[in-house]
Every structure is written in structure tokens, then in C-alpha cells.
Write a protein that binds this ligand. Structure first.
Ligand SMILES: NC(=O)c1ccc[n+]([C@@H]2O[C@H](COP(=O)([O-])OP(=O)(O)OC[C@H]3O[C@@H](n4cnc5c(N)ncnc54)[C@H](OP(=O)(O)O)[C@@H]3O)[C@@H](O)[C@H]2O)c1
Length: 286
């Protein structure tokens, strides 16, 4: 049976895959986006676009009408928790039944780091909402590599820290399974790819798949902060990013988890497959 689902964050790296996979399976999508959609999947038949923000109840309430389930991803700025609470209150009033939310592996409502704490607070709020929930807790996305190497250079403060990078197509597949079946209600999935890889490993595999040069340089944190300041990034965002790289260098993000296997009954996509599937897009950065 097909159904229409609410998608918030359909412009995002995972959200665009969620939209594609839902539409490919014959479902409908009502997507709330903050600006005119830049993503091809958001121009397809079977999608209704609503322009708005997750913190705006006057947009959300009519957009939720007649729907049962939603996929939600947003950014993690200092308004994100309060806005998510507005979303939850509106969803409860609209009698939504189940929210599938893109979180992060480090989610912890008591954490010192802003990103982990904000994810943890939103997870708790969702669990206490009375609706069914599914928490998707991925590690870092392989698709970040499509933006990480301008000119072939990966100048990042990641040290030799390893991450079991995950393909966003796998995260989206778990989201779609949670939306379209009842098998994943009130479950948390820690989602990783099959192997821990350092930035040096990534550069080597990207070079092999494309036949072009990708090079990783381990940049000191202070130098990276200066690079982000020069790029005009917001100070709060810079702090958030540097907190994350500190955890990567310390090896805190290196643990493999079997969430993809548990949710989908198959292995996660590996980085060599990602590089082969996205070789043309990787080269566009050079
Ligand atoms: N990137 C990673 O490797 C990674 C790893 C683990 C977890 N995560 C988590 O995944 C989530 C999404 O991150 P991402 O990297 O996928 O970012 P992204 O690609 O920029 O996706 C974020 C999406 O959320 C939408 N959004 C943000 N704030 C919104 C708001 N107030 N109202 C409505 N829509 C809003 C954005 O819409 P616009 O197009 O309007 O900006 C965009 O579609 C974050 O919570 C992040 O912590 C990311």
C-alpha cells in the first residue's frame, strides 16, 4: 500500500535520498523546505513542496494534515532544540503517529559538546512526546567527500583518527524502512559503514577509483580555525566543527556498529563502492 509522508530536510544529504527512495517505491512526499528546492529529486512527480521552517507552527499544521508519519532532519544550531519542540507539539496536535529523526551517533542529552547535547535533547523530547519514534544515529557521511576535497586537497584537523564512514543511501534506506513498516517503532539504530578509515585512507581510495590525485594534509586546529574565519563562518559553527574534529583525532568516533545489518538484513555499502558510484562527482571538485 502506498502512502504520503512528511519530509523535513529533503534538501539535505540524507533527505534527498529519502525522497528518492520513497518516490521510487511509489509513495508520495510532502516536503517542507526553507528555500526553493535545489535538489533534482524535489522536482519529481509525486512530491508536494511547502516552503517553511520547522519552527513555524503556522506552516507545519496544514502541511501535516492527513499524514501519519514524518522524516525529520535539520541543522544543529542553538535554535534547533526549541524549534524541534514546536514541531513535536504541532505534530501531536495533528495526530501524527511516528517520527523518524536523523540524529547522530554521539547523541547524549548530558554531553558538554553542543552537537551531541542538542541531538540528545531532541531524542529525549521525541521519546517523551507520546508518538512512536525511530532514532537514526549515523556516523559521518561518505557523501561529505563530494565537498571535502576542493582541488584534490583535504586540509583538515583529523589526525590519524578513523571513522567507519556511512553511505547516506544506507541511512535513507533505514529511514524508509521505518516509515513504510511498523518494524522499527521505538528503536535506535547506530549506523556505520563496514570499516574504520582515516582521511589518508579515504584520499588513497578516492585516488584509486578516479585515477586522479586526492591528498590529505593534517592541519593543526588553530590553523583550521583561521581558515574557517577567513571563509566567513559563524563563530558558534566553528566551535562546533572543531569540537567534532577533536573527537575524531582522539579516535572517539572509530567504533563500528551493526545498525544497517539489524535494520535492513544486509551489509552496509563500503567506501570502494561509494567511490566507484560517485567517481564523476568526486572529480568535479578538482
Ligand atoms: N554530515 C554528516 O556527516 C553527519 C553525520 C552524522 C549526523 N549528522 C546529522 O545530520 C543532520 C543533517 O546534517 P547534514 O550534514 O545532512 O546537513 P544538510 O545536508 O545541510 O541537511 C540539513 C537539512 O535540514 C534542513 N534544515 C535545517 N534547518 C532547518 C529548519 N530550521 N527548518 C527546516 N529545515 C531545516 C536543511 O534545509 P535547507 O536546504 O533549507 O538548508 C537541509 O535540508 C544534522 O543534525 C547532523 O548533526 C550529519
Amino acid at each position: 500500500m502506498t502512502e504520503t509522508f512528511l519530509v523535513i530536510g529533503g534538501n539535505g544529504r540524507v533527505g534527498r535520498e529519502v525522497v528518492d527512495q520513497l518516490l521510487d517505491a511509489g509513495h508520495g512526499v510532502r516536503a517542507i523546505v526553507r528555500s526553493e528546492a535545489k535538489v533534482p529529486s524535489l522536482k519529481r512527480d509525486g512530491i508536494e513542496l511547502v516552503i517553511g521552517d520547522i519552527g513555524d507552527a503556522s506552516i507545519l499544521a496544514p502541511a501535516m494534515k492527513g499524514l501519519r508519519k514524518a522524516y525529520v532532519a535539520t541543522s544543529d544550531d542553538d535554535t534547533s532544540v526549541a524549534k524541534f519542540e514546536v514541531f513535536l507539539e504541532t505534530a501531536r496536535d495533528a495526530e501524527l503517529e511516528h517520527i523518524v529523526r536523523l540524529s547522530a551517533m554521539s547523541a547524549d542529552a548530558e554531553a558538554d559538546g553542543d552537537l551531541s547535547r542538542r541531538h540528545g535533547q531532541r531524542e529525549l523530547a521525541l521519546e517523551e512526546s507520546g508518538m512512536d519514534w525511530t532514532h537514526l544515529q549515523p556516523t559521518w557521511f561518505m557523501q561529505m567527500m563530494l565537498e571535502y576535497a576542493p582541488g584534490g586537497h583535504m586540509d583538515l584537523p583529523g589526525g590519524d583518527g578513523r571513522i567507519p564512514w556511512i553511505d547516506t543511501r544506507d541511512i535513507a534506506a533505514v529511514a524508509v524502512a521505518a516509515l513504510t513498516t511498523e518494524d522499527h517503532n521505538c528503536k535506535t539504530y547506530q549506523l556505520t559503514g563496514p570499516a574504520g578509515l582515516s582521511y589518508g585512507d579515504l584520499a588513497a581510495q578516492m585516488s584509486k577509483a578516479t585515477g586522479r590525485d586526492f591528498v590529505y594534509r593534517d592541519v593543526p586546529a588553530d590553523e583550521y580555525r583561521a581558515m574557517m574565519v577567513d571563509a566567513g563562518e559563524d563563530p558558534g559553527y566553528i566551535d562546533l566543527v572543531l569540537q567534532i574534529y577533536e573527537r575524531i583525532s582522539d579516535g572517539q568516533l572509530s567504533t563500528w556498529h551493526d545498525g544497517v545489518q539489524k535494520a535492513l538484513g544486509r551489509e552496509a555499502i563500503d567506501f570502494a563502492t561509494f567511490c566507484s558510484d560517485y567517481a564523476d562527482d568526486l572529480i568535479k571538485q578538482l
